[in-house]
Design a binder for this molecule. Structure first.
Ligand SMILES: [Ca+2]
Ligand SMILES: [Ca+2]
Length: 322
């Protein structure tokens, strides 16, 4: 497969954090630490971010946040900070607690591109004493992104956080839609730890699924309902409403124009059940799926046909402490 020819490191099992990744963020961060003036100027360069919160308009669409208001729910924490710290930017009762390092992820579409967003909350504002790693899970195999790949493909920008001295680093990582289409679905994960001991203290993952030409982001409904995910998990183990099942919806990312058969005003709402775990990998089976009204989105006609499908994804909780 062509994917093998890309400059990636393949691991067949486990998720290791090699010492070399200590330098990754330093490499990415180097231009950002040239001077305070450059730091302050960074958000203004971006015409696709009118509220200067570090989230591109297309990313705000995926999150459901207001692209003209940096703090959509007016709780004192910017939309970006809430993504990084895994609280809801839509519900003011969901606010970050404590002051520890945290990492949150999302994804947006682009012109025949996907852009993963990795938002990193840094209580001391410093990336250089952190370890960072990002990678994919494809076909049950973990593919860790090399330092050089991140250095040449990812874009890092620093943003102010609500607490003085704290910062939020955003890593924008382009992903080829063709890769998602060729595998059917992929998970992208990222981890953050302290360089002192290398222990992973924060992690997140996203799951992308191809419906023909259209790539969707699978989002847990608990996130949409404003549940605070302080533990760093996605709720896979706890399930929803006592059913043992976890609900999720598909948010189409606008890549390509082929949305034939997609129903406007609806989204595909699924319930999944955990059927197996292996290390940080979890496998879930879709137990129900239907297009539901009342959403600003699109539902694929094949939504209900996903019942019985299984997905293997990365559970961020399984990455922490490793
Ligand atoms: Ca914005
Ligand atoms: Ca907010």
């Amino acid at each position: 497969m062509s994917f093998r020819r890309t400059p990636l490191t393949l691991f067949s099992r486990g998720i290791a954090v090699p010492a070399a990744v200590v330098a990754v963020l330093g490499l990415l961060a180097a231009p950002e630490f040239l001077g305070a003036g450059e730091l302050a100027a960074a958000p203004a360069r971006d015409a696709g971010d009118p509220d200067h919160d570090g989230l591109q308009n297309r990313q705000e669409t995926v999150l459901g946040t207001n692209p003209f208001q940096a703090d959509t729910d007016a709780d004192g924490f910017s939309d970006l900070e809430e993504v990084a710290r895994k609280t809801s930017p839509l519900y003011p009762q969901s606010v970050p607690q404590g002051n520890r390092m945290q990492l949150g992820m999302s994804c947006r579409g682009g012109d025949n591109e996907l852009h993963a967003l990795i938002a990193i909350y840094l209580p001391n504002g410093d990336l250089r004493d952190k370890t960072f790693q990002a990678g994919f899970l494809v076909n049950g195999r973990v593919v860790t992104l090399r330092e050089g790949y991140l250095g040449s493909h990812a874009t890092l920008v620093m943003h102010d956080a609500a607490t003085p001295g704290a910062k939020i680093a955003t890593v924008d990582l382009p992903i080829s839609p063709r890769m998602v289409q060729s595998y059917g679905d992929i998970s992208l994960f990222a981890t953050l730890g302290s360089a002192a001991d290398g222990v992973v203290q924060a992690a997140d993952s996203i799951h992308l699924i191809a419906f023909g030409q259209t790539i969707v982001l699978q989002v847990q409904t608990s996130m949409l309902m404003g549940a605070s995910l302080q533990s760093g998990g996605t709720g896979h183990q706890t399930g929803g409403a006592g059913t043992g099942h976890v609900g999720s919806i598909y948010i189409p990312l606008s890549t390509g124009s082929d949305q034939t058969g997609w129903i406007s005003g609806q989204v595909c709402v699924q319930q999944t059940a955990l059927i197996g775990t292996s290390g940080a990998m979890i496998t879930q089976e879709v137990v129900s799926a239907e297009c539901q009204d009342g959403w600003d989105g699109f539902c694929p006609a094949s939504c209900s046909a996903t019942v019985g499908n299984t997905y293997t994804t990365v559970d961020p909780v399984g990455l922490i402490g490793g």
